[in-house]
Design a binder for this molecule. Structure first.
Ligand SMILES: CC/C=C\C/C=C\C/C=C\C/C=C/C(=O)SCCNC(=O)CCNC(=O)[C@H](O)C(C)(C)COP(=O)(O)OP(=O)(O)OC[C@H]1O[C@@H](n2cnc3c(N)ncnc32)[C@H](O)[C@@H]1OP(=O)(O)O
Ligand SMILES: Cc1cc2nc3c(=O)[nH]c(=O)nc-3n(C[C@H](O)[C@H](O)[C@H](O)COP(=O)(O)OP(=O)(O)OC[C@H]3O[C@@H](n4cnc5c(N)ncnc54)[C@H](O)[C@@H]3O)c2cc1C
Length: 661
C-alpha cells in the first residue's frame, strides 16, 4: 500500500498510488537501511511540520542571498535550542536530516561544521585536543569550517602555499599567506559565519617543509565576531547555487597559534622541533575520504528529490493523445518519458544502496586506523574517488533530464529543480575535481593489472579480481549475474586497453608523467566502467538480500531497468562480446522493463519519503494539486506586489510616450 494517499489529492496521483504493488514504508526501510531510520525520518518531518518558527518565512526563490543566509542562521539557532527534543544528538544521520528538512539544500552556516570541522577534530585530534574543542563544537559554542583550497590551487594539494612555521622560542606556529594565490578560497561558512577553522597548511620545522597538515585556528573574536589581527576574511560572492552558504576567502599575516593547535593524533611536532611522521603518509587526507564516502548516498538523494518532482508531475500533467482521443494522456505514459525518468530512478536507488555501503566501509576503516591498521586506506581511497566522480556526474545528468521532463514548468524556479541541479553538480568539483579523482582510481587499476602481469593475481583484492578473468561468451537469458559479466568484460577490456596504452608510451621512451597524460582519457574511461560495475554489483547484492517478497519483486523489476539500460549505454565497449542479436534482445528487455515498472513509478519515488517542506517544489507536491498552487506561487512573487513598477514609470513609459510623438 502507498502510505501517501490522502483525501483531497489530485485524482490522477491517487490513481497512481492505488496501482502500486508494495508498501511504501517498507520500501523506505530498505532504502534507508532499517525500519527505525526510515521511521525516524517520518517522525522528524512530522514534528518539524508542527513547529511554526521552523517554517520558511517565504519561498526560497523569492529570497535575496542576504535573506537566505539570515534565514539559515535563524533556523540553525532555533534548531540548536530544539534539537535535544527532536533528534538523537549522537546520530549524525538524524542531525544532517533535520537540517536538510528545515533549512533545505541551499547551504547554511553549520553545513560544514558537522561534516568537515567536527570529524577532523574527532579523528585527527589527540585526546587532549578533543577534550578542549569537541564539546564546544558539538554544543555549537564555536562554529567551524574546513579551509584547504586556495585561490591558485585545489586539486594539487602538494602545491598549497599557506605555511605554518614552527617557532621554537615561542612554541607557536606562525601562519602566512605569502602570495595572492595562497589565499584560502571556497571554504563553506568561512566568509561570515565561522569563528574557527581547520586550516590545511604546509608544516615547516627547522626550514624543512613536511607538507600539508591540519591546524585548529581561531579566526574571529568570540565576543565581537570581528576578525582577529593578522586575519583577512570575507565572502567570495554569489555562486551558481548553494547561496545560503557563505563560502569564503582567508589570508594570514604572521598569525600565531600555539603548538598545541596542530592536530597531533597522527603527525606530531615536539617542543624541541622534532617531527614525528604519521603511520600512513596520506592519513591527513582522511577527512576528504570521509566526505567522499558519504557522497554517493547524498547525491542519490539529490537525484531522488528531482525524480520525486518529475515523476509526480508527469502523473498529473496531461498532454497529447494515445488511442483514446477523448482525454489527453498523462505524460508518464509516453515511452520517451519513461526512458527519460525510470533508469534514473533505478540509479538513485543504486547510488543510495552503495552509498550506505561505503559509509559502512569508512566507519570500519576508521576503527582499523585508530587501532594502527592503515592497510585498507588505499582501497577505500580508490573506491570513493571513482564513486564520487561517477555518481555526481550521473546525478547531474539525471536531474537535468528530470527538469526537461517537466517541460516549461521545469524551467521555473517553482519546480526548484534548477536549485537541486546547481547544488548537486557542485559535487562534481568539490572534494576533488572528477577527472582528478578518476585518475586516482586509474592508478589503482593500473597497479592491479601490473600485479597480474607479474603473476601475482592471487594478491588482488575482491573488487579488482575480475581484471584477471577471461570471459568471452555470454548467455543473456540467465539474469542479473550475466549482465554483470558483460559489464566486467567492458571494464576489464578498457582497463587493459588503457594500461597497455600507458605502458606502450612508456616503452617508447616517454616519461611516466607524459605517458600518463597521453593515456589519461582512456584511463578515466576505465575508472568509470570499473565504478559502474561496482555500483551494479552492489545493487544486485542488495536486492538479493531483501526478505520482503513484494518489495523484492519490485526491486528486481527496477534492477532489470538498471542492468539493461547500463549495458545499452556502454554498447561500444561490448561489441567484441555481444552480437547485434544479443544487443537487440537487451534493448527489447529494457522496453519491457519500462512497462513493468510503470505502475509502481509514483510509489517508488514516494518511498524516498521527501516531505513537501524539504522538496520546496510546487510541481512535486505530495497532493499533486499543482496548477492552483503554481498560480498562487506566481501571484506571491514580489514583482507582483505592485501592478506598475518603477522600471515602467521611469524608463519604458517615457520611451513609449516619446515614440508616440
Ligand atoms: C545540504 C547540502 C548537502 C551537501 C553539501 C554540504 C556541504 C558540502 C559542500 C562542500 C564541501 C567541500 C569541501 C571540499 O571541497 S574540501 C577540499 C577538497 N579537496 C580535494 O579533494 C583535493 C583533491 N586532491 C587530493 O585529494 C590530492 O591532491 C590527490 C589525492 C589528488 C593527490 O595527492 P598527493 O599529491 O599528495 O598524492 P601523490 O603524492 O601524487 O600520491 C598519490 C598516492 O597517494 C595515494 N593517496 C592519495 N590520497 C589517499 C588517501 N586519502 N588515502 C590513501 N592513499 C591515498 C594514491 O592512491 C596514490 O597512491 P600510489 O598510486 O600508490 O602512489
Ligand atoms: C560548492 C563548493 C564548495 C566547496 N567547499 C570547500 C570547502 O569547504 N573547503 C575547501 O577547502 N574547498 C572547498 N571547495 C573547493 C574545491 O574542493 C575545489 O574547487 C576542488 O577541489 C577543485 O579544485 P580546483 O578548483 O583547484 O580545480 P582545478 O584543479 O583548477 O580544475 C580545473 C581543471 O583542471 C583539471 N585538472 C587539474 N588537475 C589535473 C590533473 N592532475 N590531471 C588532469 N586534469 C587536471 C580539472 O579536471 C579541471 O577540468 C568547494 C568548491 C565548491 C564548488
Amino acid at each position: 500500500m502507498n502510505q501517501s494517499i490522502k483525501p483531497g489529492d489530485n485524482p490522477d496521483l491517487t490513481e497512481e498510488r492505488l496501482s502500486g504493488t508494495f508498501d511504501t514504508n517498507s520500501m523506505a526501510a530498505v532504502i534507508y537501511g532499517s525500519d527505525k531510520l526510515a521511521q525516524r525520518r517520518r517522525e522528524i518531518s512530522e514534528a518539524v511540520s508542527r513547529i511554526p518558527e521552523l517554517q520558511d518565512s517565504k519561498p526560497c526563490p523569492f529570497m535575496t542571498r542576504e535573506e537566505k543566509i539570515l534565514e539559515g542562521s535563524r533556523k540553525s539557532a532555533i534548531l540548536n535550542r530544539l534539537l535535544p527534543g527532536l533528534i538523537d544528538l549522537d546520530s549524525f544521520e538524524e542531525t544532517v536530516f533535520i537540517h536538510q528538512e528545515v533549512i533545505g539544500i541551499e547551504g547554511h552556516p553549520l553545513a560544514l561544521h558537522e561534516s568537515l570541522f567536527i570529524p577532523p577534530i574527532a579523528t585527527q585530534g589527540t585526546d587532549e585536543q578533543q577534550k578542549k574543542w569537541l564539546g564546544r563544537a558539538q554544543r555549537r559554542e564555536i562554529i567551524g569550517c574546513y579551509a584547504q583550497t586556495e585561490l591558485g590551487h585545489g586539486s594539487n594539494l602538494r602545491a598549497l602555499e599557506t605555511t605554518a612555521t614552527f617557532d621554537i622560542s615561542s612554541q607557536e606556529f606562525i601562519l602566512n599567506s605569502p602570495t595572492i594565490t595562497s589565499l584560502k578560497w571556497w571554504p563553506g561558512a568561512l566568509g561570515k559565519s565561522a569563528n574557527w577553522s581547520i586550516v590545511i597548511a604546509n608544516l615547516i620545522v627547522h626550514d624543512k617543509n613536511h607538507g600539508p597538515h591540519p591546524f585548529m585556528v581561531q579566526l574571529r573574536d568570540e565576543k565581537s565576531h570581528e576578525p582577529l589581527p593578522g586575519i583577512t576574511v570575507g565572502d567570495i560572492g554569489p555562486k551558481m547555487a548553494f547561496n545560503g552558504a557563505d563560502n569564503g576567502f582567508l589570508g594570514f599575516e604572521n598569525y600565531r597559534i600555539p603548538r598545541e593547535n596542530m592536530l597531533m593524533r597522527h603527525s606530531k611536532v615536539t617542543p624541541d622541533g622534532g617531527y614525528i611522521r604519521p603511520p600512513h603518509a596520506k592519513i591527513g587526507y582522511s577527512g576528504m575520504v570521509r566526505v567522499r564516502s558519504r557522497m554517493a548516498a547524498e547525491q542519490g538523494l539529490f537525484l531522488a528529490h528531482a525524480l520525486t518532482i518529475a515523476v509526480r508531475y508527469s502523473a498529473i500533467r496531461r498532454q497529447g493523445y494515445l488511442e483514446d482521443r477523448s482525454r489527453e494522456v498523462k505524460v508518464l505514459d509516453y515511452q520517451t518519458q519513461q526512458h527519460r525518468l525510470f533508469p534514473s530512478i533505478a540509479r538513485a536507488y543504486a547510488f543510495i544502496f552503495c552509498g550506505f555501503e561505503t559509509i559502512r566501509l569508512y566507519d570500519q576503516l576508521l576503527i582499523d586506523v585508530q587501532n594502527g591498521n592503515t592497510s585498507g586506506m588505499a582501497d577505500l581511497h580508490a573506491l570513493t574517488s571513482g564513486l564520487k566522480s561517477v555518481v555526481t556526474h550521473q546525478t547531474g545528468e539525471g536531474i537535468e533530464q528530470a527538469r526537461m521532463a517537466c517541460g516549461g514548468h521545469g524551467y521555473s524556479m517553482a519546480s526548484y529543480i534548477s536549485e537541486i541541479y546547481g547544488v548537486a553538480i557542485g559535487g562534481c568539483t568539490y572534494e576533488g575535481e572528477n577527472m582528478v579523482m578518476l585518475l586516482q582510481l586509474a592508478r589503482y587499476l593500473v597497479k592491479s593489472i601490473e600485479m597480474i602481469q607479474n603473476g601475482k593475481s592471487k594478491n588482488l583484492g575482491p573488487m579488482v579480481a575480475y581484471l584477471a578473468a577471461n570471459e568471452s561468451e555470454i548467455d543473456l537469458n540467465l539474469g542479473p549475474n550475466e549482465y554483470l559479466k558483460v559489464f566486467q568484460y567492458a571494464a576489464r577490456s578498457q582497463a587493459w586497453r588503457a594500461t597497455e596504452k600507458f605502458q606502450k608510451l612508456r616503452n617508447s621512451g616517454m616519461s611516466k608523467e607524459q605517458a600518463w597524460n597521453q593515456a589519461s582519457v582512456e584511463l578515466t574511461r576505465a575508472s568509470r566502467l570499473h565504478t559502474r560495475l561496482y555500483i551494479m554489483s552492489t545493487f544486485i547484492n542488495h536486492v538479493g538480500s531483501v526478505v520482503d517478497q513484494k518489495i523484492k519483486k519490485v526491486l528486481i523489476d527496477l534492477l532489470n531497468v538498471h542492468i539493461t539500460y547500463e549495458v545499452m549505454d556502454i554498447g561500444i565497449y561490448v561489441q567484441g562480446l555481444l552480437s547485434s542479436d544479443q544487443m537487440d534482445l537487451i534493448r527489447n528487455q529494457l522496453y519491457v522493463s519500462l512497462e513493468t515498472i510503470r505502475p509502481n513509478a509514483v510509489s517508488l519515488v514516494d518511498s524516498f519519503q521527501i516531505s513537501d517542506m524539504q522538496l520546496r517544489s510546487v510541481l512535486g507536491r505530495r497532493d499533486g494539486n499543482v496548477y492552483e498552487n503554481l498560480f498562487k506561487w506566481a501571484k506571491s512573487c514580489p514583482l507582483n506586489d505592485k501592478d506598475v513598477l518603477e522600471s515602467v514609470t521611469k524608463y519604458l513609459k517615457p520611451m513609449m510616450d516619446k515614440s508616440k510623438l
